[in-house]
Design a protein around this ligand. Structure first.
Ligand code: NOJ
Length: 503
């Protein structure tokens, strides 16, 4: 009997979702749309006009190259010179805002704020002014992974002094751009900075010191973020009147089965992946999630460490971090399945982040696959994530600060169109269920340097011809569809762009 009821309910829910997907749906009034990029991925001009070296300049010039196609961001999409064309594209799309990041070493060549590079300030002033002239709101990310190499030599995000270094850098940006920039993100994707950069080799500085380094980094990233929030809040907010938050990469982890263990595995995986950063800021009481403290504490003790490898936060630090964000910036792309299997204990190195988490993460081959191996299309996972954030953190104000799909290139990107439509549908479901989502950002405005994958994975609404000196930009089908979504503030599944972009 109960099974029949569940079956009928699922049928009805399924039908109503199918109906929603096939009808025109409206976004809330005042909902805003944008697109995103990051300095190292698009700018080029890697050593122009006094810019200093970042960890990505160093990584991409290593021999042999750790980048799959041995490419660099030396020129990338050349936005350092072509920013006017970039703003033209924003205009063509009708974007309300553009999320871009500032290169720390373009402004402070050595990382420290004693020496400011005027040419760097001039570049971002030109970009910001050009955007404002065209009615596009600048949404500025202070740190998107291109740490000054000099600071990495001192330990980078594993050195607690980075809290001061980062705060001094942010102050220069508030002083110089805060009169015109009203939307700020302190740090992009802490987990990718810490786990991928310090706990593995999949991002610069490729420290590969898992089980220890990513947790030192985690604490320093949280404190650096919170200190900059406090600075803005206390010294700048009154005169500059902006908002400041953080962008956290969130993957929905779904239990493989309904068993208690698999549910716990999925929860642990979420807490390690993004709760680690979100809980201290957005939860009711702050601090690291208990699953994180417990797992790492127990394992550290078993392994003979005198203290937990997760450096704990003092009461003062918990208070500083708690509530340090005007909004939750959600970067999200995909979903993974999680399960627990004690018989495979020892499959991960000890100590390690993966062993601490003790969850096994897998993909479902039936989900549509992007060019990036880690990226599959799972709109219901996006919906679950948004509902979980609402419940867990008391319905914070959310901006989706990144979401997108990779291909190997080409203008007729029907799979990207499908992905955007399905994810936006899921977003509208979440809004209908009370989630406080204020805006959406497509990753990315244009093709760019996809970190270790070089130029082999393309995320752009605009295709960039990296073989032409002009770095010609051409709108894809997805650009035209996104443009129509923004123009009408609706999602119309039947809309087909008029331009024959295949030609
Ligand atoms: C998140 C990162 O912020 C961005 O730099 C990257 O290109 C996209 N994900 C796609 O992998």
């Amino acid at each position: 009997m109960t099974r029949l009821v569940i079956f009928c309910t699922l049928l009805l829910v399924g039908q109503s979702l199918a109906i929603k997907k096939s009808r025109v749906r409206k976004f809330p009034d005042n909902f805003i749309f944008g697109a995103s990029t990051a300095a190292y991925q698009i700018e080029g001009g890697w050593n122009d006009d006094g810019k200093g070296l970042s960890i990505w300049d160093v990584a991409t010039h290593m021999e042999p190259s750790p980048i799959i196609d041995a490419s660099t961001g030396d020129v990338a999409a050349d936005s350092y010179h072509l920013y006017k064309r970039d703003v033209e594209m924003m205009k063509e799309l009708g974007l309300h805002f553009y999320r871009f990041s500032v290169s720390w070493t373009r402004i402070l060549p050595n990382g420290f704020s004693n020496q400011i590079n005027q040419a760097g300030l001039d570049y971002y002033n030109r970009l910001i002014d050009e955007m404002l002239k065209n009615n596009i709101m600048p949404f500025l990310t202070i740190y998107h992974w291109d740490l000054p190499h000099k600071l990495q030599q001192l330990g980078g995000w594993a050195n607690p002094n980075i809290v001061d270094w980062f705060t001094n850098y942010a102050k220069v940006l508030f002083d110089n751009f805060g009169d015109r920039v009203k939307m700020w993100i302190t740090i992009n994707e802490p987990k990718q900075i810490c786990y991928e950069g310090y706990g593995s080799t999949s991002k610069a500085p490729m420290l590969n010191y898992t089980g220890v380094a990513e947790y030192l980094c985690s604490k320093n990233v949280l404190l650096a973020h919170a200190n900059v929030y406090k600075l803005y809040d206390e010294k700048y907010r009154e005169t500059q009147n902006g908002s400041i938050g953080i962008s956290i990469s969130c993957t929905w982890m779904h239990p493989v089965s309904d068993s208690y263990d698999d549910h716990q595995a999925a929860l642990d995986a979420r807490q390690f992946d993004w709760g680690q950063y979100a809980h201290p800021i957005f939860s009711k009481d702050g601090d690291y999630p208990k699953e994180l403290k417990l797992n790492i504490g127990l394992k550290s003790a078993e392994q003979g460490y005198r203290k937990s490898r997760l450096p704990l936060l003092s009461t003062k630090e918990v208070a500083l971090i708690h509530g340090s964000s005007d909004f939750f910036g959600v970067n999200t792309y995909t979903t993974k399945l999680a399960y627990r299997d004690p018989s495979v204990d020892g499959m991960y190195p000890i100590p390690s982040y993966m062993d601490d988490m003790s969850a096994i993460l897998i993909k479902d081959d039936s989900w549509p696959q992007a060019q990036s191996t880690w990226l599959q299309e799972v709109p219901w996972g996006f919906y679950n994530l948004l509902i979980d954030i609402k419940r867990r953190y008391n319905n914070p104000k959310v901006y989706i600060t990144e979401n997108g799909w990779s291909t190997s290139g080409g203008l007729v990107d029907e799979d990207r169109v499908r992905y955007y439509r399905n994810y936006l549908n899921a977003l509208l479901d979440a809004v209908e269920n009370g989630c406080n989502i204020k805006g959406y950002t497509a990753w990315s405005l244009m093709d760019n340097f996809e970190w270790m994958r070089g130029y082999t994975e393309r995320f752009g609404l605009y295709e960039v011809d990296f073989s032409s000196p002009q770095r010609t930009r051409t709108p894809r089908m997805s650009a035209l569809v996104y443009k129509e979504i923004i123009r009408t503030n609706t999602l119309d599944p039947t809309y087909e762009p008029e331009n024959d972009i295949a030609l």
